[in-house]
Design a protein around this ligand. Structure first.
Ligand code: ATP
Ligand code: MG
Length: 402
């Protein structure tokens, strides 16, 4: 008997002729991600990926509790739907009973109040002499005899014992849900405009979940925004890169540009003009670092700069597509994802954002195109953009590994 991790693939299995390349990327990402858990064999059969240690004494596979970290790491890899920790063994029905018994002992030791169970069985190997319903009946009877305090419940039992018969036999109980999506690296790279807020880390997470590797850009206005605000963005980048993989964070020194705009542009248009400059700089950085699109955390109508008119005004200044994965999302739904990915507590730390420091009291929420042109009349935009790109600090982000 040995212990293995069973990871289920999702949307990847719906791919046609190019399915192979998605699977290769997924296995590569898992391999990279799981490096620190020892020498592993990662292979695939049908819609599953199996992960097992090459050496028998790998402590990460000793039991389900010891495998907690490696299971969490697998769950951070996009393309995986769920994972289970399974016992793998050979032999006939007796061996299935024996392993189901020790599995049940383990489950009960972790959850002493469990009273009900059911068996689910899959027989891929048709040479096995019992069919699935018979396995369920016989094994259910055996468990009832062995654990007199348990009873069978078909709907919502406390736990399920899964049996799978393939080239080997497997038993396991329970599964941990992962984040689905497509393997990072199967889409082109995107440049995430990462602020210290709740929305943009979620936007990055969502695009990465579609296979997109990320770079990030942050506009920093020291000393109006503090070193703590910068550190907060670095921390958020680390959290996002736990899902999206290695990332470079480009920190634009935005102070002088903002001061110039503050002086030479009408107050009520500042939000729009500032965003237009940000987007222009972000596009230049994106081109420089081989990104094909920009990503923001905007959601329609959330704040003054996120009305349709304001977004049209910012779209105008760049050629690259601006992806806004949160555009139709409710704030609550965004917060739920933020919590789920472990970003929320960092996002709500109270450090100021450059947009809030220089914000006008009554920004124009529905700017006309003429207003925008008028507002930029006294600004040397090209020079600002050049200045912004030139004054950028690059930081290599090391992912937060769960
Ligand atoms: P977030 O929660 O992501 O900060 P927000 O609701 O505060 O968003 P805005 O301040 O209008 O909204 O910003 C909209 C989007 O613009 C952000 O989601 C982010 O993508 C980008 N953005 C805003 N400020 C910055 C900044 N200082 N650096 C980089 N990107 C920024
Ligand atoms: Mg913000």
């Amino acid at each position: 008997m040995s212990n293995v991790i069973l990871a289920r693939m999702g949307e990847v299995t719906l791919k046609g002729l190019n399915r192979g390349s998605f699977e290769i990327q997924l296995k590569g990402n898992l391999k990279y991600r799981l490096k620190r858990f020892g020498n592993l064999k990662i292979y695939q059969s049908q819609s599953r990926i199996w992960i097992e240690p090459k050496e028998e004494d790998n402590p990460n596979f000793a039991n389900e509790a010891a495998a907690k970290d490696i299971m969490a790491a697998v769950c951070q890899v996009f393309g995986i739907v769920s994972v289970s920790f399974a016992r793998k063994f050979e032999g006939g029905f007796d061996s299935i009973c024996e392993n189901a018994k020790s599995l049940t002992e383990y489950v009960l030791s972790e959850n002493p109040d469990y009273k009900t169970f059911k068996i689910e069985s899959k027989r891929g190997n048709k040479a096995f002499p019992m069919d699935s319903p018979t396995i369920c009946d016989e094994l259910g009877g055996f468990i009832l005899d062995t654990f007199p305090n348990l009873s069978v419940k078909m709907k919502n039992p406390d736990f399920i014992i899964n049996v799978e018969i393939r080239e080997y036999n497997y038993v396991y109980s329970g599964k941990k849900m992962a984040h689905r999506g497509l393997p990072v690296g199967t889409a082109g790279r995107g440049m995430l405009l990462l602020s210290g807020g709740i929305d943009s880390p979620v936007a990055g997470f969502m695009m990465a979940s579609r296979g997109m590797p990320l770079d990030a850009v942050y506009f920093h206005s020291y000393p109006y925004t503090s070193d703590l605000a910068k550190q907060k963005v670095i921390d958020l980048a680390k959290i996002v890169s736990g899902y999206s993989g290695r990332m470079t964070l480009h920190i634009v020194n935005f102070t002088q540009i903002q001061l110039d705009m503050y002086k030479n542009s009408p107050q009520d248009m500042l939000t729009v003009t500032m965003r237009r400059v940000m987007l222009r700089i972000a596009e230049k950085l994106a081109q420089k670092h081989e990104c094909k699109c920009l990503i923001t955390g905007e959601s329609l109508g959330q704040v003054a700069s996120q009305t349709l008119e304001a977004m049209v005004a910012t779209n105008e200044v760049v050629k690259m597509p601006i992806l806004r994965p949160l555009i139709g999302m409710d704030k609550q739904a965004t917060c739920d994802i933020s919590r789920d990915i472990g970003a929320f507590e960092t996002s709500i730390l109270p450090y100021e954002d450059c947009c809030t420091v220089f914000v006008a009291k009554h920004p124009k929420t529905h700017p006309h195109p003429e207003d925008v042109i008028e507002a930029e009349k006294n600004l040397d935009i090209d020079d600002m953009v050049e200045q912004g790109v030139a004054g950028t600090e690059d930081i290599e982000i090391t992912p937060v590994l769960i």
